[in-house]
Design a protein around this ligand. Structure first.
Ligand code: NIG
Ligand code: FE
Length: 389
């Protein structure tokens, strides 16, 4: 392995409280980092930097751990711009448009779908995301779900089987749940790390608590980790089911009862908030302060998908979390990096420390505060290692 010394780091966010200023972000000023292969080898003040094979000067920029986008739906064809326009005129979101994307995705060839997927991942990297979780869920047949997961596997380890996205047009609910928990699960499990279900009794297209439980229990028996889309449109059973079954994360959490918040506070399930969805569906934002004040671990992710939120931008999500959900800039950055890592049960990413992955995002700014302070300005990008030797 060759080593590279990165200098010219005006502010380094490590998310390691034992480093730097002792805050949760573990901030260091005038820092340097030594990278050895794919791992961090050394972090400290530039004045004490050791030698290395190569040297790169980042010109007084801020460096943060790469964003961990723990919730995205990137394997799809077509778009739903017309649905978005109709929504802005008052038609509420209920998941019914998913059928449109399912039809377009089934009709797309493998190479076209692969090209769309890779372009979306590249778009994310160009905005600072270094890890992305990718769900199936726009196939909804055994062959189409397997195809989505095989393609997703080409670009990430974090693949999620979401056969239980909606009941497809023309299918009987009980028969479809049997397929999702039977032959489709058997075929998909080899390509997936996780199983997910859209648990939402308020949507006629999604799954109720008992159906969601059946999906999750079957997935767990097949060796998959659990994730849940819960409490997006109503205070349904998703959050409590996720905590009861030990899911890594329950995502959306827009409508919560006190019992839901208590369950999250007492459990080991991360609450992943997706404020791009509330922005794009013009809905009330989740109450992030209530969760944080109760001691719940909060993550932020994009939910990038063609229906409820077609953004790939973690900086936008951070800005929304700060402006609209009253998270502090520090809480929002932590949730978009270490929080995402926690939602994926990963300890090699989300934190910059010796031995962890060298997933670095550089900001064209002197401090991470600019992420929310300069909304819509493309200041974040994953460090391009193509010039590393
Ligand atoms: O997380 N809630 C379900 N799934 C996506 C939306 C998918 C779509 O509308 O295409 C979500 O918001
Ligand atoms: Fe989603």
């Amino acid at each position: 392995m060759t080593t590279t010394l990165l200098t010219g780091i005006a502010e380094l966010v490590t998310n390691d409280p034992s480093a730097g200023d002792g805050s949760p972000l573990g901030l260091l000023r005038d820092a340097a980092v030594v990278v050895d292969g794919e791992r961090v080898a050394w972090i400290g003040p530039a004045s004490r930097a050791p030698g290395a094979d190569h040297r790169r000067d980042l010109g007084g920029r801020a460096v943060i751990p790469g964003f961990v986008d723990s919730h995205a739906h990137l394997v799809f064809a077509g778009d739903r711009a017309a649905e978005f326009a109709a929504r802005m005129e008052g038609i509420p979101y209920d998941g019914g448009g998913i059928a449109t994307t399912v039809a377009a995705t089934r009709a797309a060839g493998d190479d076209d779908l692969r090209a769309l997927l890779r372009a979306r991942v590249a778009e994310m990297r160009a905005q600072g995301t270094t890890t992305v979780e990718i769900k199936s869920g726009y196939g909804l047949t055994v062959a189409d779900e397997v195809r989505a997961l095989r393609l997703a596997r080409e670009v990430t380890e974090e693949t999620t089987y979401l056969g239980a996205h909606v009941v497809p047009a023309g299918a009987a609910r009980d028969e479809y749940v049997r397929l999702v928990t039977g032959d489709m699960l058997t075929a998909c499990a080899p390509y997936a790390r996780w199983i997910d279900v859209f648990c939402e009794p308020a949507s006629p297209h999604a799954f109720d608590g008992e159906e969601a439980r059946a999906v999750l229990v079957a997935g767990q028996a097949a060796g998959l980790g659990l994730r849940v889309h819960g409490n997006q449109l109503s205070a349904g059973p998703g959050v409590r089911l996720a905590v009861e079954l030990g899911a890594a994360s329950v995502d959306h959490c827009t409508h919560l009862t006190n019992a839901d918040v208590d369950a999250l506070a007492d459990g080991a399930t991360v609450a992943t908030l997706l404020p791009g969805v509330e922005f794009s569906t013009r809905s009330p934002y989740p109450d992030a302060r209530r969760l944080l004040d109760a001691g719940v671990t909060v993550a932020l992710a994009t939910d990038c998908n063609p229906g409820s939120c077609y953004t790939s931008s973690m900086p936008l999500v951070v800005a929304l979390a700060v402006r609209e959900m009253r998270m502090t800039p520090a809480e929002a950055l932590w949730a978009a990096t270490a929080g995402g890592a926690s939602a994926l049960r990963r300890d090699d990413i989300g934190v910059l420390a010796p031995g962890r992955r060298a997933d670095l995002t550089v900001l064209d700014a002197p401090t991470y505060l600019h992420l929310a302070y300069r909304p819509g300005v493309p200041i974040a990008r994953a460090l391009d290692w193509s010039v590393r030797h």
